[in-house]
Design a binder for this molecule. Structure first.
Ligand code: PMV
Length: 315
């Protein structure tokens, strides 16, 4: 048996604008997906024990499905198995990361599966090869959209600056509180919506993207020097710019305002593609507990997440 795990991620700054090439900043978090690979002669079996997909199982060799759930995780795992030409295996997926919430769940499943199969089949892929292969597979399943941020963070951990290329940033851990609207989002259509807005209003959306990129570039020194009040201010500005791009929602705004007004956050913004999914808040003087209470009172699912955690590893 070979087990590998990979972390989820939070985009701190730069979502959507990064699709057009400006900088974004993200960090790996201490929620992980695990892939467990075992030999299973004559068959290829995928089982997921994901938050929303508990008990799902797909037997690729017979096509037998043992649950009616539309299991997105199996699409990614099947793509990895196909890419690596893996047969005679059982792959089990467990995940702490809610799917379609902007926390990098699919990338961590892909990276953990690639790493576990790498160990099981003795492929000797380097970390760089795992990141590149995982990015290609995720992009293929997501039909060509997407930046390499999620797979890079799931592989390398820590923090990544993403622009034309990825750059690992050496920054201290940072505690965030995540508020989940409980509404899944569709990154593909939200990215398309923003890119169409840019085509219609290049003179308006272009400068918004530039401003978002500038925020991302300002963030790293603030984290390094622990200037958290300033960092929170940038989160608030970034959230406003994302609202201007049309990817906010009432549910996200309710959590953002609850965090700022009741939870004492130093700053709050949506994270990821928007629409539904998650927001993040930087704890203030009252600490993370006040934020957790405020977000739960506003009907969000809330949890603390440490940014800057370890990347993929064999367990
Ligand atoms: O899929 P999410 O919610 O993590 O959002 C991805 C971030 C975007 O910038 C909107 C798209 C991308 O691929 O960079």
């Amino acid at each position: 048996m070979t087990m590998a795990s990979a972390p989820g991620k939070i985009i701190l700054f730069g979502e959507h604008a990064v699709v057009s090439g400006t900088a974004a900043l993200g960090g790996a978090i201490d929620l992980r997906a695990r892939a467990i690979v075992q030999s299973l002669p004559g068959r290829i079996l995928i089982e997921t024990d994901d938050l929303s997909l508990r008990g799902f199982s797909l037997d690729l060799s017979t096509g037998e499905i043992r649950s009616a759930s539309a299991a997105y995780a199996t699409r990614y795992v099947s793509a990895v198995l196909k890419e690596l030409g893996a047969r005679d295996v059982r792959v089990m997926i467990e995940s702490d990361i809610p799917p379609a919430a902007g926390l990098g769940s699919s990338a961590s499943i892909v990276v953990a599966t690639v790493a576990a199969l790498n160990g099981h089949l003795g492929l000797e892929l380097s970390q760089k090869e795992i990141a590149a292969l995982s990015y290609r597979i995720e992009k293929e399943v997501q039909k060509g959209r997407g930046s390499p941020m999620d797979t890079a963070l799931a592989t390398y951990g820590g923090y990544q600056r993403i622009a034309d290329d990825n750059q690992r940033l050496d920054l201290p851990p940072l505690e965030m509180v995540v508020g989940y609207t409980r509404l899944p989002h569709d990154t593909f259509s939200l990215v398309e919506k923003v890119q169409l807005l840019k085509e219609r209003y290049p003179d308006l959306v272009g400068p918004i993207f530039q401003a978002i990129g500038a925020i991302s570039e300002r963030a790293a020194p603030l984290i390094r020097e622990q200037r958290l009040k300033d960092l929170g201010e940038l989160m608030d500005i970034n959230h406003g710019l994302l609202e201007a791009l049309g990817v906010g929602s009432r549910e996200l705004s309710e959590l953002v305002y609850a965090a700022r007004n009741t939870g004492g956050a130093l700053g709050a913004k949506l994270t990821g593609a928007g629409g539904g999914g998650c927001m993040i808040a930087l704890p203030g003087m009252a600490g993370k507990d006040a934020l957790l209470v405020a977000l739960r009172q506003a009907r969000g699912m809330a949890f603390a997440a440490m940014m800057g955690c370890e990347g993929v590893r064999l367990e």
